[in-house]
Design a protein around this ligand. Sequence first.
Ligand SMILES: [Zn+2]
Length: 368
Amino acid sequence: MIIDELVSLSNLYGSNEELVLAGGGNTSAKDGDVMYIKGSGTQLATITAEGFVKMNRQALADIFTKEYPTDDDAREAQALADLSAARMPGEESKRPSVETLLHSLFPHTFVLHVHPALVNGLTCAVNGKAEAERMFGDGFIWVESCKPGYTLSKICYDKMKAYMSEHGKAADMLLLQNHGIFIAADTAEKIGDKLADVMSKLNAAVVRWSDFDSGDYDGEKAQKCFDVIYEVYGDDAVITYEPSAEALKFAESPETAQAVMKPFTPDHIVYCKAEPVYGFCNGCIKGAVNKYFEEKGYMPKIIIISGCGFFAVDMTPKGSDTAAILFNDALKVATYAESFGGPLHMTDELSDFITNWEVESYRQKQNA
Ligand SMILES: [Zn+2]
């Protein structure tokens, strides 16, 4: 059964930390008139057949021929309503992934969508597109950073149409700038082959790897940082401290930290907030955090301190842990991007849009 193959494919790739972090990514499979898509709030590593939402393929296809308002909120609300209406009868209690429309663009049976650091080293790099062409020829579609949701889906729809008329077949790979990758194939085995090919080409192209072994950090200063963070956030705050060699390298000065002071992908915004704060010493933390709060209306989740690395702060162990995992991911992306012309962040405009986007705050709540 296709759904059984989809479940095992999802569990396999979902439990690979090189590919999936914090419940990110999604999978789908098409079976006749129906497309199964991962439900929002489920995890690929543990998903079962019930975690997938059955969608009406024709209803999904019809969404691309409709006219939507230009106003962001109105457009996204209508598209989301149409997406909900495309659920098969009996599926009303489930919420399809916000990336459902992108999956529907591929005629292939199986689609895997993930945000691996290695891939994003390429999609978040200055020369990402040119380097992708060098490695993958014309066997993919490249999509520039844009607003997520319907806007992104429509751009991909138009690009897929253009690709089909030029090449006489659908693309089986989509690279989304500052986001991740889609891979499509008619069998689960071919998904694995394609993924292995992409990852091995990227592996061969990366010239510097991140070093997450513990670095030579200033323990006394770090202890003082803990004290100040508890003072500022309250005793209930949960701190995950990361003194890795890589974190220390980026934390060295405001210049070296520049590569990670802006977000690379929506995941980094959802779990780490759009920007960290940087300080030279424990004495800087209070002022820097207060200034950040005044400007943005929320507390930072990542505090980078020279000589110490970074501190991920949240009010729950899971929140703090996940922020640390995703910021380590950002360090990796910044490092790998060095091999493809240097890091390229999301624009402030896009980062603000995602920060305020209702769908992303829903995603964060689901994973909290
Ligand atoms: Zn995604």
